[in-house]
Ligand binder design. Structure first.
Ligand code: SF4
Ligand code: SF4
Length: 375
């Protein structure tokens, strides 16, 4: 945790409020976790009062429940249904508008961003997911202008996890629970008794500049050790784990494995898993015109490889069965994504397990597919 100890200070709730205020004064739109409709959602927040203090969650396959915690912690919960994909890569986005005015075609394709984003409470697995989305949307010859505009100026306040959800498996994906890169400031909530305090460290000049404005004191060695213990405890209490096997090669040689049939019998092809996944990026484009036919809008919407129309080409879908679509999802996410983008497409957040209405557990399925496949 050497980087965590750099510029290590301790702040309290007043300091956390000052952090929100400082970011807003700098023009950021501050988004953070709050309780919304019985779940943790990432919404606009201006006050620490809006954070989910005193709440925790219980998660298992097909189940998510928020409940009052036994402690008064501020970040004592795991990831909810939303990810940071939502503000950085919105589910519904106008890419361009075109119209005819004065006899000429006019095109508006510039990204329209009201304010740079400050993301408060980003977990380690979510930082890994952001890095993956960065490769998808910013890598290659044609970076996505909309994503780049949102991502370029984002300020990230990360949080070391103090609570592993029942479906978390970031340790086995090497993506958490400790934040190691990709943030400006990182918080670790210290202790569960009394008023919340946070060890705060910085990783960028922007982070250091904001930290300097907060009411703070230098962290003691025992507080740095306590922060390390928080992460170690979380790592030791993961709800799940991916099997310790080479699932990449095994999945690639298992297209006819009988387990796909069993999966297809359970899967509803609802697409929930892809909607909540922080790395899934499939989209559909829609072109619409107004009644005059003089104004045209192109809109990008999230789509899902579980949709039968997603793989439609002339004459029909190339993946007409649920078996084929589920196999495509897992095989791409875990086995061909590394070839395409250089990393796994899964960061072990567990969302697809919690929000699958029939409780399909990715880790269980991969274990079964690998265990029953010869080396
Ligand atoms: S596949 Fe599931 S566990 Fe992996 S990143 Fe996506 S939602 Fe999280
Ligand atoms: S695996 Fe679960 S969440 Fe995903 S499409 Fe099938 S039923 Fe829906």
């Amino acid at each position: 945790m050497s980087r965590q100890t750099q510029c290590a200070h301790v702040i309290d709730l007043e300091g956390l409020q000052q952090l929100l205020d400082a970011l807003r004064e700098r023009g950021y739109r501050t988004l953070g976790p709050t309780v919304r409709d019985g779940a943790i959602a990432y919404e606009d927040i201006a006050s620490v009062e809006e954070l989910p203090r005193g709440w925790t969650d219980e998660q298992s396959p097909g189940a998510y429940r928020l409940r009052p915690s036994d402690t008064d912690t501020v970040f004592g919960f795991a990831v909810g249904p939303q990810s940071w994909k939502r503000p950085l890569f919105p589910s519904h986005q106008i890419l361009w508008r075109a119209g005819v005015a004065g006899g000429k075609v006019q095109l508006d394709s510039e990204p329209h961003i009201d304010a740079p984003l400050a993301l408060i409470g980003v977990r380690a697995c979510e930082l890994s997911a952001l890095a993956i989305q960065d490769r998808v949307w910013l890598g290659g010859a044609a970076p996505d202008a909309e994503y780049r505009a949102r991502r370029a100026d984002a300020f990230i306040v990360a949080v070391n996890c103090a609570h592993a959800g029942g479906n978390c498996f970031c340790v086995s994906m090497h993506t958490g629970p400790e934040v190691t890169s990709g943030y400006d400031l990182a918080l670790t909530e210290l202790g569960t008794e009394g008023e919340p305090t946070f060890l705060v460290t910085c990783a960028t000049e922007a982070g250091a500049a904001v930290l300097e404005t907060l009411t703070r004191r230098a962290a003691r060695d025992d507080e740095i050790a306590a922060a390390q213990a928080v992460v170690a405890h979380t790592a030791a209490s993961m709800g799940r784990a991916m099997p310790e096997t080479d699932w990449v090669s095994r999945l690639l040689v298992s297209p006819e494995h009988p387990r796909w049939n069993a999966l297809a019998d359970r899967c509803l092809a609802c697409g929930n898993c892809t909607m909540v996944c922080p790395t899934c990026f499939c989209t559909n484009l829609e072109d619409t015109s107004d009644l005059s036919g003089l104004q045209v809008t192109r809109t990008r919407r999230w789509d899902s490889c579980f949709s039968v129309d997603f793989a439609y080409v002339h004459g029909g879908s190339v993946r007409p069965s649920i078996r084929a679509r589920y196999r495509q999802w897992i095989t791409h996410k875990l086995a061909t994504w590394p070839q395409q983008f250089g990393t796994s497409g899964c960061v072990g957040c567990g969302r697809c397990i919690s929000w699958c209405p029939v409780g399909i557990d990715l880790t269980e399925e991969v274990a079964a597919l690998c265990a029953e496949t010869p080396d």
